[in-house]
Design a protein around this ligand. Structure first.
Ligand code: SF4
Length: 438
Protein backbone atom coordinates (compact mmCIF):
# COMPACT_ATOMS: atom_id res chain seq x y z
CA UNK A 1 0.00 0.00 0.00
CA UNK A 2 1.36 3.38 -1.00
CA UNK A 3 2.17 5.68 1.88
CA UNK A 4 3.47 9.19 2.28
CA UNK A 5 7.07 9.75 3.38
CA UNK A 6 7.07 13.36 4.40
CA UNK A 7 10.45 15.05 4.52
CA UNK A 8 10.14 18.53 2.99
CA UNK A 9 6.47 18.49 3.98
CA UNK A 10 7.02 16.92 7.42
CA UNK A 11 5.76 19.91 9.43
CA UNK A 12 3.69 21.55 6.75
CA UNK A 13 0.48 21.20 8.79
CA UNK A 14 1.98 22.84 11.87
CA UNK A 15 0.39 26.29 12.28
CA UNK A 16 2.84 29.12 11.64
CA UNK A 17 5.57 27.01 9.98
CA UNK A 18 6.28 29.88 7.60
CA UNK A 19 7.58 31.92 10.54
CA UNK A 20 11.14 31.64 11.79
CA UNK A 21 10.09 31.07 15.42
CA UNK A 22 8.03 27.98 14.71
CA UNK A 23 10.50 26.68 12.13
CA UNK A 24 13.40 26.92 14.60
CA UNK A 25 11.31 25.31 17.38
CA UNK A 26 10.75 22.36 15.01
CA UNK A 27 14.50 21.93 14.45
CA UNK A 28 14.95 24.37 11.60
CA UNK A 29 18.46 25.67 10.74
CA UNK A 30 20.16 22.88 12.76
CA UNK A 31 21.26 21.32 9.46
CA UNK A 32 22.82 24.64 8.42
CA UNK A 33 24.75 24.80 11.69
CA UNK A 34 25.93 21.24 11.11
CA UNK A 35 26.95 22.02 7.52
CA UNK A 36 28.98 25.04 8.64
CA UNK A 37 31.07 22.72 10.85
CA UNK A 38 31.87 20.59 7.78
CA UNK A 39 34.18 21.77 5.01
CA UNK A 40 32.46 22.91 1.79
CA UNK A 41 33.92 19.87 0.00
CA UNK A 42 32.47 17.55 2.64
CA UNK A 43 29.02 19.08 2.12
CA UNK A 44 29.28 18.58 -1.65
CA UNK A 45 30.54 15.01 -1.16
CA UNK A 46 27.61 14.18 1.15
CA UNK A 47 25.02 15.58 -1.26
CA UNK A 48 26.71 13.83 -4.19
CA UNK A 49 26.74 10.54 -2.29
CA UNK A 50 23.05 10.91 -1.42
CA UNK A 51 22.17 10.76 -5.13
CA UNK A 52 19.93 13.83 -4.83
CA UNK A 53 18.63 14.68 -8.31
CA UNK A 54 17.29 18.08 -9.35
CA UNK A 55 13.53 18.07 -8.87
CA UNK A 56 12.61 20.67 -11.47
CA UNK A 57 12.42 18.25 -14.40
CA UNK A 58 15.91 17.57 -15.72
CA UNK A 59 16.89 15.33 -12.79
CA UNK A 60 20.62 16.12 -12.87
CA UNK A 61 22.71 15.28 -9.76
CA UNK A 62 22.63 18.31 -7.46
CA UNK A 63 25.99 17.64 -5.79
CA UNK A 64 27.68 17.15 -9.14
CA UNK A 65 26.24 20.42 -10.39
CA UNK A 66 27.67 22.26 -7.38
CA UNK A 67 31.08 20.70 -7.96
CA UNK A 68 31.27 22.30 -11.44
CA UNK A 69 31.76 25.74 -9.86
CA UNK A 70 35.40 26.78 -10.20
CA UNK A 71 37.27 27.46 -6.99
CA UNK A 72 38.47 30.87 -8.19
CA UNK A 73 37.88 33.98 -6.05
CA UNK A 74 35.19 36.57 -6.84
CA UNK A 75 31.39 36.68 -6.83
CA UNK A 76 29.45 33.46 -7.36
CA UNK A 77 25.72 33.13 -7.41
CA UNK A 78 22.97 30.72 -6.50
CA UNK A 79 19.64 31.27 -8.26
CA UNK A 80 16.64 29.56 -6.75
CA UNK A 81 14.29 28.65 -9.55
CA UNK A 82 10.85 29.37 -8.08
CA UNK A 83 9.26 30.06 -11.46
CA UNK A 84 7.00 26.99 -11.31
CA UNK A 85 4.40 27.22 -14.07
CA UNK A 86 4.02 23.91 -15.84
CA UNK A 87 0.28 23.19 -16.08
CA UNK A 88 -0.60 20.65 -13.39
CA UNK A 89 2.45 21.48 -11.25
CA UNK A 90 2.00 23.30 -7.96
CA UNK A 91 4.28 21.57 -5.44
CA UNK A 92 6.92 24.32 -5.09
CA UNK A 93 4.16 26.77 -4.29
CA UNK A 94 3.45 24.69 -1.15
CA UNK A 95 7.04 25.07 0.00
CA UNK A 96 7.11 28.79 -0.73
CA UNK A 97 3.87 29.37 1.14
CA UNK A 98 4.15 27.00 4.10
CA UNK A 99 7.86 26.20 4.70
CA UNK A 100 9.91 28.96 3.03
CA UNK A 101 12.66 28.68 5.65
CA UNK A 102 13.34 25.08 4.65
CA UNK A 103 14.16 26.30 1.14
CA UNK A 104 16.23 29.21 2.48
CA UNK A 105 18.15 26.86 4.79
CA UNK A 106 18.88 24.54 1.85
CA UNK A 107 19.96 27.51 -0.27
CA UNK A 108 22.42 28.75 2.37
CA UNK A 109 23.86 25.23 2.74
CA UNK A 110 24.25 25.00 -1.06
CA UNK A 111 25.76 28.49 -1.15
CA UNK A 112 28.26 27.55 1.54
CA UNK A 113 29.17 24.35 -0.32
CA UNK A 114 30.23 26.06 -3.54
CA UNK A 115 31.00 29.55 -2.23
CA UNK A 116 27.99 31.59 -3.36
CA UNK A 117 28.23 35.23 -2.41
CA UNK A 118 24.65 36.07 -3.31
CA UNK A 119 21.41 34.07 -3.48
CA UNK A 120 18.69 35.24 -5.86
CA UNK A 121 15.24 33.74 -5.33
CA UNK A 122 13.49 34.12 -8.69
CA UNK A 123 9.75 33.70 -8.05
CA UNK A 124 7.00 33.64 -10.64
CA UNK A 125 5.47 37.12 -10.78
CA UNK A 126 1.89 35.86 -10.38
CA UNK A 127 2.81 34.32 -7.00
CA UNK A 128 2.42 37.70 -5.25
CA UNK A 129 1.29 36.00 -2.03
CA UNK A 130 4.32 33.69 -1.98
CA UNK A 131 6.65 36.57 -2.88
CA UNK A 132 5.52 38.42 0.26
CA UNK A 133 5.84 35.30 2.42
CA UNK A 134 9.34 34.51 1.14
CA UNK A 135 10.46 38.14 1.50
CA UNK A 136 9.29 38.10 5.12
CA UNK A 137 11.16 34.83 5.71
CA UNK A 138 14.33 36.29 4.14
CA UNK A 139 14.04 39.37 6.40
CA UNK A 140 13.66 37.11 9.44
CA UNK A 141 16.65 34.99 8.38
CA UNK A 142 18.78 38.14 8.01
CA UNK A 143 17.71 39.41 11.44
CA UNK A 144 18.56 36.06 13.05
CA UNK A 145 21.97 35.78 11.37
CA UNK A 146 21.14 32.94 8.96
CA UNK A 147 21.81 35.29 6.05
CA UNK A 148 24.18 38.23 5.71
CA UNK A 149 27.63 38.73 7.18
CA UNK A 150 29.08 35.79 9.12
CA UNK A 151 26.23 33.29 8.87
CA UNK A 152 25.63 31.77 12.37
CA UNK A 153 28.94 33.28 13.56
CA UNK A 154 31.00 31.52 10.87
CA UNK A 155 33.34 33.00 8.27
CA UNK A 156 30.76 32.48 5.54
CA UNK A 157 28.76 35.52 4.36
CA UNK A 158 25.97 35.56 1.80
CA UNK A 159 23.39 38.10 0.67
CA UNK A 160 19.90 37.22 -0.55
CA UNK A 161 17.47 38.96 -2.90
CA UNK A 162 13.90 38.00 -3.74
CA UNK A 163 13.24 38.74 -7.39
CA UNK A 164 9.73 38.51 -8.91
CA UNK A 165 9.65 37.21 -12.47
CA UNK A 166 7.42 38.69 -15.13
CA UNK A 167 5.26 35.62 -15.70
CA UNK A 168 6.77 33.73 -18.63
CA UNK A 169 6.95 29.93 -18.69
CA UNK A 170 10.22 30.07 -20.59
CA UNK A 171 11.89 31.85 -17.63
CA UNK A 172 11.91 28.50 -15.81
CA UNK A 173 14.64 27.49 -18.27
CA UNK A 174 18.03 28.30 -16.72
CA UNK A 175 19.48 30.65 -19.31
CA UNK A 176 16.18 32.51 -19.80
CA UNK A 177 15.91 32.91 -16.04
CA UNK A 178 19.36 34.50 -15.98
CA UNK A 179 18.51 36.82 -18.88
CA UNK A 180 15.37 37.90 -17.05
CA UNK A 181 17.28 38.42 -13.79
CA UNK A 182 19.68 40.68 -15.62
CA UNK A 183 16.73 42.75 -16.81
CA UNK A 184 16.51 41.53 -20.39
CA UNK A 185 13.77 39.70 -22.27
CA UNK A 186 13.61 36.11 -20.99
CA UNK A 187 14.94 34.12 -23.94
CA UNK A 188 17.14 31.02 -23.81
CA UNK A 189 20.81 31.31 -24.69
CA UNK A 190 23.21 28.89 -26.34
CA UNK A 191 25.10 26.50 -24.01
CA UNK A 192 28.08 26.18 -23.56
CA UNK A 193 29.24 28.18 -21.74
CA UNK A 194 27.18 26.62 -18.98
CA UNK A 195 25.99 28.87 -16.14
CA UNK A 196 28.32 27.09 -13.68
CA UNK A 197 31.19 28.70 -15.61
CA UNK A 198 29.61 31.87 -17.02
CA UNK A 199 26.18 32.57 -15.60
CA UNK A 200 24.62 35.61 -13.98
CA UNK A 201 26.63 38.75 -14.77
CA UNK A 202 29.16 36.39 -16.43
CA UNK A 203 30.01 34.85 -13.08
CA UNK A 204 29.81 31.18 -11.99
CA UNK A 205 26.18 30.46 -11.14
CA UNK A 206 24.14 27.49 -9.96
CA UNK A 207 20.42 27.32 -10.63
CA UNK A 208 18.51 24.94 -8.37
CA UNK A 209 14.82 24.27 -8.08
CA UNK A 210 12.93 25.06 -4.81
CA UNK A 211 12.16 21.43 -3.89
CA UNK A 212 15.75 20.35 -4.57
CA UNK A 213 17.10 22.90 -2.12
CA UNK A 214 14.36 22.21 0.43
CA UNK A 215 15.49 18.55 0.50
CA UNK A 216 19.14 19.43 1.26
CA UNK A 217 18.77 20.14 5.03
CA UNK A 218 17.34 16.64 5.64
CA UNK A 219 20.29 15.07 3.79
CA UNK A 220 22.81 16.99 5.89
CA UNK A 221 20.89 16.24 9.08
CA UNK A 222 20.23 12.53 8.48
CA UNK A 223 23.09 11.66 6.13
CA UNK A 224 23.44 10.45 2.56
CA UNK A 225 22.83 6.80 3.54
CA UNK A 226 19.39 7.65 4.91
CA UNK A 227 18.52 9.30 1.56
CA UNK A 228 19.87 6.32 -0.37
CA UNK A 229 17.75 3.96 1.73
CA UNK A 230 14.60 5.51 0.23
CA UNK A 231 13.38 5.26 -3.34
CA UNK A 232 15.14 3.22 -6.01
CA UNK A 233 18.75 2.78 -7.09
CA UNK A 234 18.46 5.23 -9.98
CA UNK A 235 15.96 7.53 -8.26
CA UNK A 236 16.97 7.69 -4.60
CA UNK A 237 14.96 9.60 -2.02
CA UNK A 238 11.54 11.14 -1.97
CA UNK A 239 9.51 13.29 -4.36
CA UNK A 240 6.62 15.71 -4.06
CA UNK A 241 3.83 15.10 -6.59
CA UNK A 242 1.05 17.58 -7.27
CA UNK A 243 -2.06 15.69 -8.31
CA UNK A 244 -5.00 17.25 -10.12
CA UNK A 245 -7.84 16.20 -12.38
CA UNK A 246 -10.24 13.36 -11.75
CA UNK A 247 -9.16 12.12 -8.33
CA UNK A 248 -11.16 12.29 -5.12
CA UNK A 249 -8.34 13.86 -3.12
CA UNK A 250 -6.26 16.16 -5.33
CA UNK A 251 -3.33 17.88 -3.69
CA UNK A 252 0.40 17.61 -3.02
CA UNK A 253 1.86 14.33 -1.75
CA UNK A 254 5.42 13.44 -0.81
CA UNK A 255 6.28 9.80 -1.49
CA UNK A 256 9.35 7.65 -2.03
CA UNK A 257 10.42 7.28 -5.66
CA UNK A 258 9.34 3.93 -7.00
CA UNK A 259 5.85 3.99 -5.43
CA UNK A 260 3.41 2.30 -7.81
CA UNK A 261 1.40 4.90 -9.73
CA UNK A 262 -2.00 3.14 -9.57
CA UNK A 263 -1.55 2.28 -5.90
CA UNK A 264 -0.66 5.92 -5.23
CA UNK A 265 -3.83 7.17 -6.92
CA UNK A 266 -6.01 4.59 -5.24
CA UNK A 267 -4.57 4.70 -1.73
CA UNK A 268 -3.48 8.29 -1.21
CA UNK A 269 -5.45 10.28 -3.78
CA UNK A 270 -8.76 8.57 -2.96
CA UNK A 271 -9.13 6.87 -6.34
CA UNK A 272 -10.32 8.12 -9.72
CA UNK A 273 -13.48 10.23 -9.56
CA UNK A 274 -16.42 10.27 -11.97
CA UNK A 275 -15.66 7.02 -13.80
CA UNK A 276 -12.86 4.64 -14.70
CA UNK A 277 -9.29 5.72 -15.35
CA UNK A 278 -8.62 6.71 -18.96
CA UNK A 279 -5.16 8.27 -18.91
CA UNK A 280 -2.52 9.98 -16.81
CA UNK A 281 -0.02 12.68 -17.61
CA UNK A 282 2.46 11.96 -14.82
CA UNK A 283 4.94 14.80 -15.02
CA UNK A 284 3.25 18.08 -15.92
CA UNK A 285 1.59 18.82 -19.26
CA UNK A 286 4.79 18.51 -21.28
CA UNK A 287 5.39 14.78 -20.87
CA UNK A 288 3.79 12.04 -22.99
CA UNK A 289 0.30 10.94 -21.92
CA UNK A 290 -0.09 7.35 -20.67
CA UNK A 291 -3.24 5.38 -21.45
CA UNK A 292 -4.69 3.47 -18.47
CA UNK A 293 -3.20 0.18 -19.69
CA UNK A 294 0.35 1.57 -19.24
CA UNK A 295 -0.21 3.24 -15.86
CA UNK A 296 0.69 0.32 -13.62
CA UNK A 297 4.32 1.37 -13.15
CA UNK A 298 6.71 2.77 -10.55
CA UNK A 299 6.88 6.54 -10.12
CA UNK A 300 10.59 6.94 -10.77
CA UNK A 301 12.71 8.30 -13.61
CA UNK A 302 13.40 4.82 -14.94
CA UNK A 303 9.94 3.39 -14.20
CA UNK A 304 8.06 6.09 -16.08
CA UNK A 305 10.55 6.04 -18.92
CA UNK A 306 10.04 2.30 -19.38
CA UNK A 307 6.26 2.89 -19.38
CA UNK A 308 6.55 5.45 -22.19
CA UNK A 309 6.47 8.74 -20.31
CA UNK A 310 8.63 10.87 -18.02
CA UNK A 311 8.75 12.14 -14.46
CA UNK A 312 9.13 15.78 -15.58
CA UNK A 313 7.96 18.17 -12.89
CA UNK A 314 5.81 15.50 -11.18
CA UNK A 315 2.60 17.38 -11.89
CA UNK A 316 0.24 14.44 -12.26
CA UNK A 317 -2.96 15.04 -14.24
CA UNK A 318 -5.49 12.22 -13.94
CA UNK A 319 -8.27 11.82 -16.54
CA UNK A 320 -11.36 9.65 -16.25
CA UNK A 321 -13.12 7.80 -19.07
CA UNK A 322 -15.32 10.82 -19.91
CA UNK A 323 -12.41 13.12 -20.74
CA UNK A 324 -12.32 14.35 -24.33
CA UNK A 325 -8.72 13.93 -25.40
CA UNK A 326 -9.05 16.30 -28.35
CA UNK A 327 -10.14 19.14 -26.08
CA UNK A 328 -7.50 18.21 -23.57
CA UNK A 329 -4.78 18.40 -26.21
CA UNK A 330 -6.12 21.71 -27.53
CA UNK A 331 -5.81 23.23 -24.05
CA UNK A 332 -2.25 21.95 -23.66
CA UNK A 333 -1.21 23.05 -27.17
CA UNK A 334 -2.70 26.49 -26.69
CA UNK A 335 -0.55 26.92 -23.59
CA UNK A 336 2.69 26.16 -25.44
CA UNK A 337 1.71 28.32 -28.42
CA UNK A 338 1.10 31.19 -26.02
CA UNK A 339 4.36 30.63 -24.14
CA UNK A 340 6.67 30.09 -27.13
CA UNK A 341 9.20 32.92 -26.96
CA UNK A 342 9.35 33.17 -30.75
CA UNK A 343 13.10 32.82 -31.08
CA UNK A 344 13.06 29.82 -33.42
CA UNK A 345 10.78 29.23 -36.36
CA UNK A 346 9.78 25.60 -35.77
CA UNK A 347 8.49 26.31 -32.29
CA UNK A 348 7.03 29.77 -32.95
CA UNK A 349 5.12 28.70 -36.07
CA UNK A 350 4.64 25.01 -35.28
CA UNK A 351 2.94 25.46 -31.91
CA UNK A 352 0.42 27.89 -33.45
CA UNK A 353 -0.26 25.64 -36.42
CA UNK A 354 -0.87 22.64 -34.19
CA UNK A 355 -3.29 24.60 -32.03
CA UNK A 356 -5.17 25.96 -35.02
CA UNK A 357 -5.51 22.50 -36.57
CA UNK A 358 -6.83 21.13 -33.28
CA UNK A 359 -9.39 23.93 -33.13
CA UNK A 360 -10.46 23.19 -36.66
CA UNK A 361 -10.98 19.53 -35.77
CA UNK A 362 -12.99 20.55 -32.71
CA UNK A 363 -15.18 22.82 -34.84
CA UNK A 364 -16.07 19.81 -36.99
CA UNK A 365 -14.10 21.15 -39.97
CA UNK A 366 -11.19 18.73 -39.75
CA UNK A 367 -9.89 16.45 -42.49
CA UNK A 368 -8.06 13.16 -42.16
CA UNK A 369 -4.90 14.77 -43.60
CA UNK A 370 -4.92 17.06 -40.55
CA UNK A 371 -3.78 14.17 -38.37
CA UNK A 372 -0.73 13.64 -40.59
CA UNK A 373 -0.05 17.37 -40.60
CA UNK A 374 -0.28 17.48 -36.80
CA UNK A 375 2.17 14.60 -36.50
CA UNK A 376 4.53 16.16 -39.05
CA UNK A 377 4.44 19.48 -37.22
CA UNK A 378 5.18 17.82 -33.87
CA UNK A 379 8.01 15.74 -35.40
CA UNK A 380 9.36 18.91 -36.99
CA UNK A 381 9.57 20.63 -33.61
CA UNK A 382 10.89 17.74 -31.50
CA UNK A 383 14.67 17.88 -31.03
CA UNK A 384 14.90 20.62 -33.64
CA UNK A 385 14.07 23.59 -31.46
CA UNK A 386 16.43 25.72 -29.46
CA UNK A 387 15.19 24.92 -25.95
CA UNK A 388 13.09 22.25 -24.19
CA UNK A 389 9.82 24.13 -24.73
CA UNK A 390 9.76 22.80 -28.30
CA UNK A 391 9.88 19.19 -27.11
CA UNK A 392 7.35 20.03 -24.40
CA UNK A 393 4.93 21.17 -27.11
CA UNK A 394 5.62 18.22 -29.42
CA UNK A 395 5.41 15.27 -27.00
CA UNK A 396 1.76 15.75 -25.97
CA UNK A 397 0.68 15.96 -29.64
CA UNK A 398 2.63 12.84 -30.61
CA UNK A 399 1.44 10.80 -27.64
CA UNK A 400 -2.22 11.86 -27.79
CA UNK A 401 -2.29 10.93 -31.49
CA UNK A 402 -0.54 7.64 -30.80
CA UNK A 403 -2.86 6.49 -28.02
CA UNK A 404 -6.16 8.27 -28.76
CA UNK A 405 -6.22 8.73 -32.55
CA UNK A 406 -9.73 7.28 -32.75
CA UNK A 407 -11.10 10.25 -30.80
CA UNK A 408 -9.69 12.69 -33.35
CA UNK A 409 -11.16 10.56 -36.14
CA UNK A 410 -14.56 10.66 -34.40
CA UNK A 411 -14.59 14.47 -34.68
CA UNK A 412 -13.41 14.41 -38.29
CA UNK A 413 -16.01 11.83 -39.33
CA UNK A 414 -18.78 13.64 -37.48
CA UNK A 415 -19.47 11.05 -34.78
CA UNK A 416 -18.54 13.55 -32.13
CA UNK A 417 -19.27 17.26 -31.93
CA UNK A 418 -17.96 20.07 -29.81
CA UNK A 419 -20.52 20.69 -27.08
CA UNK A 420 -22.02 24.19 -27.34
CA UNK A 421 -20.79 24.94 -23.82
CA UNK A 422 -17.19 24.19 -24.83
CA UNK A 423 -15.64 27.15 -26.55
CA UNK A 424 -11.87 27.32 -26.79
CA UNK A 425 -11.01 30.44 -24.87
CA UNK A 426 -8.17 32.92 -25.33
CA UNK A 427 -6.53 33.90 -28.56
CA UNK A 428 -3.31 32.66 -30.01
CA UNK A 429 -3.02 35.11 -32.86
CA UNK A 430 -4.94 33.89 -35.92
CA UNK A 431 -8.20 32.15 -35.18
CA UNK A 432 -8.51 30.77 -38.71
CA UNK A 433 -5.92 28.93 -40.70
CA UNK A 434 -4.91 30.59 -43.93
CA UNK A 435 -6.32 28.95 -47.07
CA UNK A 436 -3.10 27.09 -47.90
CA UNK A 437 -3.49 25.00 -44.79
CA UNK A 438 -6.66 23.34 -46.09
S1 SF4 B 1 11.98 26.31 -28.67
FE1 SF4 B 1 10.34 27.86 -28.54
S2 SF4 B 1 10.55 28.74 -26.51
FE2 SF4 B 1 12.48 27.66 -26.98
S3 SF4 B 1 13.79 29.21 -27.92
FE3 SF4 B 1 12.71 28.25 -29.57
S4 SF4 B 1 10.90 29.59 -29.87
FE4 SF4 B 1 11.73 30.05 -27.87
Amino acid sequence: MAEETRVVMQDIDVPGMASLDVFVKRGGYLALKKALKMTPDEVIAEVKKSGLRGKGGAGFSAGQKWSFIPKTPGPKYLCVNADESEPGTFKDQMILEFVPHRMIEGAVIAGYAFGATHIFIYIRGEFWKEINIVQKAVDEAYAAGYLGKGVCGSDYSVECTVHPGAGAYICGEETSLLESLEGRRGEPKMKPPFPAIRGLYDRPTIINNVETLATVPAIIERGADWHLSLGTKESPGIKMFSVSGHVNKPGVYEIAYGTNQLDFIETLCGGVSGGKLKAIIPGGSSVPVMPAANCDCPLSYEGLHAAGSMLGSAGMIVMNEHTCMVKMLEVISRFYAHESCGKCTVCREGTHWMTMILRRILRGEGKMEDLDTLKEAADGIEMKSFCPLGDAAAWPVQSFLKHFRHEFVDYIEGRKKMLPKYKPVGTIGHEKLPARAY
